[in-house]
Write a protein that binds this ligand. Structure first.
Ligand code: CUA
Length: 357
């Protein structure tokens, strides 16, 4: 008996930090908390989840309570004969039917809002919003995001800018393997699947930066496949769109001009677009300097981080194409091996990229 008590105490001691750790995940202060909804889709999903939680918690308390009481009430006591068989009965039809009915009612309580919620998510928000929605084509790449606004004629990478209070219809595509689009504060996740188009919509109630993350394992740097959703007031969003339409800024300082030359010479332009020129294998860099992050939201867009990213991409994001080189093209890795990049060259390129506001 004493051993059992010791074991129980030890288990409790072990369980307490674990419970604290798990409960910490419920903090609404976290950047990727689904418990802090900031848009109608996330709010609906949150409400369904809370309703389900209430129903299953009630069930757990009733069923667990009855079970615990029964175990305690009919335990083996001093003086009982352990070989004696208890009274055998055939159950109670009233209780059995009652339990089935109660279970069915509880399922209906959960199912109705769930089905309504699925329809709300899947329906085209334009019907409800009289055509005020905007459309963004989201393409997942290993390991970055491309955002194209077909109606507005602009595209950007890794930072999804949206207007506040307007639904944004997302057309989800994958360029290579399966990814998953997830901005916990705005909506649940939807997979991006090669050869298939999936759809969802989001809307932000208030301006702010909402953290996004690829939520489907997609290779080496899956954990670093982040993005930001930046919700802006209508006027700010229009200004942003205008700015995105503008031509890339021409460098004026000598070092940045050198950087621009190197950007072409070293082959970067083969994969990255700047304005109308360049390849489309990597993120569009036309207005790279105006983004707050680099390497798909993985790091702050500071000059030091940018230099490190250009010089040692494999350290910053293992497995990325900037390091490995691309298909039949000469490959950046080859260029690096043959010509290398001096610290001065890296600094010049970083300066140039930062002029691209
Ligand atoms: Cu893309 Cu994980």
């Amino acid at each position: 008996m004493r051993n059992y008590k010791k074991l129980g105490r030890a288990l409790l001691l072990l369980a307490l930090p674990l419970i604290a750790l798990i409960l910490n995940g419920c903090s609404t202060q976290l950047k990727q908390s689904a418990l802090d909804p900031k848009g109608p889709v996330a709010q609906m999903q949150y409400d369904v989840m809370m309703l389900t939680l209430v129903v299953v918690t009630a069930l757990f308390i009733v069923v667990g309570g009855v079970m615990a009481y029964t175990v305690w009430r009919y335990r083996l006591r001093k003086g009982d004969d352990p070989n004696e068989i208890p009274d055998q009965s055939h159950g109670n039809p009233l209780i059995e039917v009652g339990l089935i009915v109660i279970s069915a009612v509880m399922l209906v309580i959960i199912a109705v809002p769930t089905l309504k919620g699925i329809a709300y998510m899947k329906n085209d928000p334009v019907e409800d919003y009289k055509g005020e929605a905007i459309e963004v084509i989201v393409t997942g790449h290993q390991w970055w995001w491309n955002f194209e606004y077909p109606e507005l004629g602009i595209k950007t990478s890794n930072e999804l800018n949206i207007p506040v209070g307007r639904p944004v219809k997302l057309v989800l595509k994958a360029a290579d393997v399966i990814h998953s689009f997830w901005v916990p504060k705005l909506a649940g996740k939807t997979d991006l699947i090669p050869g298939q188009i999936n759809r969802m919509w989001i809307e932000a109630d208030e301006p702010g930066m909402y953290w996004g993350q690829c939520a489907e394992f997609c290779g080496d740097s899956h954990a670093y496949m982040l993005f930001r959703t930046i919700a802006m007031e209508a006027g700010d969003f229009e200004a942003w769109v205008e700015h995105q339409r503008s031509a890339p800024i021409e460098p004026v300082e000598a070092i940045a001009i050198t950087g621009k030359k190197l950007f072409t010479e070293k082959g970067c332009i083969g994969c990255h677009m700047v304005g109308p020129v360049g390849g489309m294998v990597g993120p569009d860099l036309t207005h790279f300097g105006s983004r707050s992050t680099l390497a798909a939201g993985w790091q702050e867009n500071t000059i030091e981080n940018l230099r490190e990213w250009i010089q040692h991409p494999e350290k910053v994001k293992p497995g990325n194409l900037m390091y490995l080189g691309v298909g039949s093209m000469p490959g950046i890795k080859q260029i690096r091996k043959e010509k290398g990049l001096s610290d001065e060259e890296v600094a010049a390129m970083a300066d140039y990229l930062h002029t691209l506001k």
